[in-house]
Design a protein around this ligand. Structure first.
Ligand code: SF4
Ligand code: SF4
Length: 193
């Protein structure tokens, strides 16, 4: 490198350094967007539709709507869901298949949403609770039906329907119209004739 090239590269480097410092200097005065997690956990805004983990939808009384049809299990492309069922005897003597365990492996879920969109009873949904980190992979396998199974109360018998009252026809009253009797001409009429 001769002296000319040396100074040329020195000027080029200084120019590049000033350019970089200019970009850095601008950032000193722009609005900060860095999230100070977990200190800001209380103010964190997680989008409502963010898919963090699959969960059961329980109503206020602790009932879920899963009918153990296994549609979600069949539609899951990578075997993330395992439905374990059991047969129960109904009061009417019939048998019915019911959900025993709904097993979901968060570690293999790709969050495609096929299970949620194909469920015929809208029994499952995605939660946006993003804090799902664990120390062991086995801890990512969850049983989603975590509440104790409750039997729905038998429907109350319907009150006996009131017997229809037989309709009694009103007796028909025939109004008899008297035939006009022979009218005798008056004296005045006789005189005119
Ligand atoms: S979650 Fe839905 S699709 Fe899956 S077994 Fe239950 S009812 Fe069927
Ligand atoms: S989101 Fe997709 S991969 Fe995850 S459990 Fe549902 S169907 Fe399977």
């Amino acid at each position: 490198m001769n002296i000319k090239e040396y100074f040329s590269s020195l000027i080029e480097g200084t120019h590049s350094l000033i350019k970089g410092m200019e970009v850095t200097g601008k950032e000193l005065f722009t609005k900060k967007v860095t999230e100070q997690y977990p200190e800001n956990r209380a103010e964190l805004q997680i989008p409502e539709r963010f898919r963090a983990t699959l969960q059961f939808i329980y109503d206020d009384e602790g009932y879920h709507k899963c009918i153990a049809c296994k549609t979600c299990e069949r539609n899951c492309p990578n075997g993330t869901i395992q439905i374990i069922t059991r047969m129960v005897d109904l009061p009417n003597g019939k048998k019915k298949m019911k959900l025993d365990k709904y097993i979901y492996d968060l570690g293999s879920c790709t969050f495609c949403g096929l299970c949620v969109t194909t469920c015929p009873t809208n029994a499952i949904e995605f939660s946006n609770d993003f804090e799902q980190a664990v120390f062991r992979r086995e801890a990512l396998v969850k049983q989603l039906n975590y509440l104790p199974e409750k039997e729905k109360p038998a429907p109350e018998p319907k009150p006996a329907a009131a017997k229809p009252v037989a309709k009694v026809d009103e007796p028909k009253v025939e109004t008899k119209v008297d035939e006009p009797k022979d009218v005798q001409p008056s004296q005045e009429q006789k005189e005119t004739e």
